[in-house]
Unconditional design. Sequence first.
Length: 376
Amino acid sequence: MRLLLPSITMAVYVFLSLVLPLKAGLPAKALLGVALMAAALKYVFYQVVGGGFFRPDLPAPVMLTAEALYAALLMLFVLALAKDAAGLVLRVCRLFGVSWRLPLTPGWRCGLLMLVSLSCGAWGTWQAVRVPDVRTVNVAIPKLPAELEGFTLAQLSDLHIGPVQKKAWLAEVVRRTNALSPDAVAITGDMIDGLPNALRGELTPLADLRPKYGVFGVTGNHEYYYDARGWIQEFQKLGVVMLNNEHRVLPGGLVLGGVPDSTAERFGGQGPDVEAAFVGAPDGVRVLLCHKPNGNGIPAPGVALQLSGHTHGGLIFFLAPLIGAYNAGYVNGLYSTPQGGQIYVNPGTGLWNGFSCRLGVPSEITRFVFHRRADS
């Protein structure tokens, strides 16, 4: 399991940095060490007890507790690194006669950093699973037809309906989306974490979406872990038009295309093909739905706006550069592309159950409003 070694490394580092220097007895240090290692072994617990890494079969309160403790461990690791870096700087300063020292005793520092980390873990987990607010993004598009001025499109991404986010949560997301009275709704993949037989009842609120011109979706990587063909049929029954390297033309000449996630190729399916998606499309403003923000031929020339997700916005503010490095720098928000278009990377409406923590990266229901660019 690829996350096992980094998780254990974090626990060991925190123990050496914060626990070992304490003026406490061996039993107390051992107890703290066991607690740190228990938090670090979250994914082993999911695999062994829950039966799966991506979708453990565990009660939501158990999962949320494990998520909060793991997030607290991550925060504690980062704070311990910062403490040790500051200590190293102060040691160097002492070589030049500066007598600065870290504040507080090792015991107080350890207690304070643990309290801060636990608070961040609890807060971040709540931020991850709450019903998101609406974010409005005004998009300036060159040569936008007058008929499309003020066109509104709502994007939902990375819903991850499964062990934690369920039917009641999704129903509230749908209610808030409908309140925007959008012209269209786009769902950019990773809608589920589970098989159709287990979860189809949790997805029924999607049928209540009421945009003017329809609901359109594409697959994400998680669909392929749980019977993508079966889920595509389920989504279609719920009124979601799944775009598999194809497009639809909306009133005003807006061409809405969609491609499957690249994971499809690992499961014997056809991967994303932007050219095929727009074959036979009329001239007009092109919007592309693609789960991952980058890939072979993606972003693509000729696309005015690409809507993606997958990155979850970086999850935690200090992780954004790392996650961005795996996605060509596209991690959260609106970007201009070298191909001459724009791409919006949604930070996620829900969140993957295997890392349910958000700090500084709130989830969102995104409302796009199209405007003609002034210089076109």
